[in-house]
Structures are given as C-alpha cells and as structure tokens.
Design a protein around this ligand. Structure first.
Ligand code: G1P
Length: 271
C-alpha cells in the first residue's frame, strides 16, 4: 500500500528570483492558491495519509503557513466569515497529515530523500517534486494503481524536445508494456544532447522502494556536485530492481521557471 508521500521543499528557488528572495516558491499563488496545496490535494485524492515535507531553516514560512492558528482564530472569532472558516478547516486537515524534516544544506534531491528515512514504514512510498504540477488527471493516483498491479517502482515520464534533454533526467527503455507504460533499462541525469538515450524525461512523480535509502547512504555526488535521486535509482536498476516508466495523461505545468510559473496560473484559470 502506498500511504506515505515525501515532498522535497528545501530548494532555493533561484529560477524564480526575485519572487523567491524572501518567500518560498511553494507558497506562491497559482491562480489564487499556493502551489503546494495543489500537490497536497493530489496526494489526498490518491489515498495518501501522511506527507513528509523536507524543508530548511530558510523555508520555515512553509511550516508556519500550515501550523500557526493565531491569526485565523482571531479573525474568525470576530467575523465568522464562511470562506475563512472553510480555508482554516482545510489547513487543519493538511496539518494533520504533515510531518517536517530538515535539509539545511541544499545538497540535491537524493540527500533530501535520505532525510525522510526514519519516517518511511512501508516497502514503497510516493515522492512528488513540487515544481511539477500535473493538472486534469491525477498522475499519482494512476501511478499508485500501476504499482498495485505490478508491485514495483514507477516513475512519471513525458516526451520532451530533443534540444532540452540536458534539463531533465532521461530514460533508456527496456521494453514497452503497453501504450502508456514501459520497463526502464536505465536513467541518466541531465545528459548532453549527443549522449541522451531518448527524449523521454523523468517528471517529478516517483514511487520508490524503501531500499533506495541503502543506496542513498553512500551515493556519490553527481551532476553539479549534487546527490541525485536519479543516480541512486540507476544503481538499483542495474542491480535488477524493476522500474516502470509511465507516460502520464494530463497536462504538465513547469512551475519552477518564471515562464512556466506565469503560464500555470493561466492554464489553471481555464479549468
Ligand atoms: C529534477 C530531477 C530530474 C527530473 C526533474 C523533473 O531536476 O533531478 O531528473 O527530470 O526534476 O522536474 P530539477 O528540476 O530539480 O533540476
């Protein structure tokens, strides 16, 4: 059963400067709602019961957003505003699910995942990268269904333009399962265009096995001096661990870049 999700939130958000100089990117509004709430709603709708947030001291505002009551209580007492009561209840519901761990040095997604080790109970868990919004279809839910059928790891995949492969983790395919799913032969983090085995990119939805922690403990730094989850996944695949790539349906919105961030509000407002 996949009941736990982890969400790395300690990134610096430099691609969204100046918006992120004092404010965490995950709290920035997308069509009137903080980006992170879209991710939490996707989790809840997928049957996730517990979410581990990996934050940093610099991003304490995220913790505060979900845990501080005082302001809400004061205003609600005075105004009894229906909308506010609804929003406050929603926050309390989120809060019940969330645990916080800290990654104070941004050393990469792999390092962030390792920080959650003591909380993970079942054999597999979900990881969502909050920059990657997927709308219209619940990608996590579909991946959990694939996991239920196949009892193996699953990662989201999307075809990208060939000249952008060096911005993504890229898959090498072993075998097609059906139209939307394939067995993964290998993964490579942000390859040069000439070395890319395909133009199928890793998108930020992963169902990972607990044994990834063993690999992460001694994972060496990779591209850009960071510890990448992709490199640990690569080692597991090479040892025979089964990973399925899932070409998700739904629309991908890249909220980690300024253009993508602006576009995402427009797209969501059309829903
Ligand atoms: C991360 C992963 C990369 C993946 C991407 C998806 O990169 O390292 O493999 O393709 O997310 O958004 P980042 O966006 O943190 O540079």
């Amino acid at each position: 059963m996949i009941k736990q999700a982890i969400i790395p939130l300690a990134g610096l958000g430099t691609r969204l400067l100046p918006l992120t100089s004092v404010f965490p990117k995950e709290l920035l509004p997308i069509n009137g709602k903080p980006g992170i709430e879209y991710i939490l709603d996707e989790c809840i709708d997928s049957g996730i019961k517990e979410v581990v947030f990996i934050i940093s001291k610099k991003k304490q505002l995220i913790r505060k957003y979900f845990t501080s009551d005082k302001f809400f209580k004061k205003i609600i007492k005075k105004k009894k505003d229906k909308r506010l009561i609804y929003e406050y209840k929603k926050l309390k519901k989120y809060r019940k699910m969330i645990k916080f761990v800290y990654q104070n040095k941004p050393m990469g997604t792999g390092d962030a995942v390792l920080k959650t080790k003591k909380y993970i109970r079942n054999s597999h868990f979900l990881m969502i990268l909050p920059d990657d919004l997927i709308i219209k279809k619940n990608c996590s839910k579909n991946m959990i269904n694939i996991y239920k059928k196949n009892k193996c790891s699953v990662m989201a995949s999307m075809k990208v333009k060939k000249n952008t492969v060096n911005r993504w983790g890229i898959y090498s395919l072993k075998k097609k399962i059906n139209k939307n799913n394939f067995f993964i032969k290998d993964v490579i983090e942000k390859p040069e265009i000439k070395n890319a085995p395909s133009n199928l990119a890793i998108i930020g939805r992963y169902i990972l096995p607990k044994k990834i922690f063993i690999k992460l403990k001694n994972q060496k730094k990779g591209k850009g001096g960071e510890i990448h989850i992709t490199d640990a996944i690569k080692r597991l695949i090479h040892e025979g661990e089964l990973f399925i790539g899932h070409n998700f349906r739904g629309k991908y919105l890249d909220c980690g870049t300024m253009n993508g961030y602006i576009k995402s509000s427009l797209e969501i407002s059309k829903l």
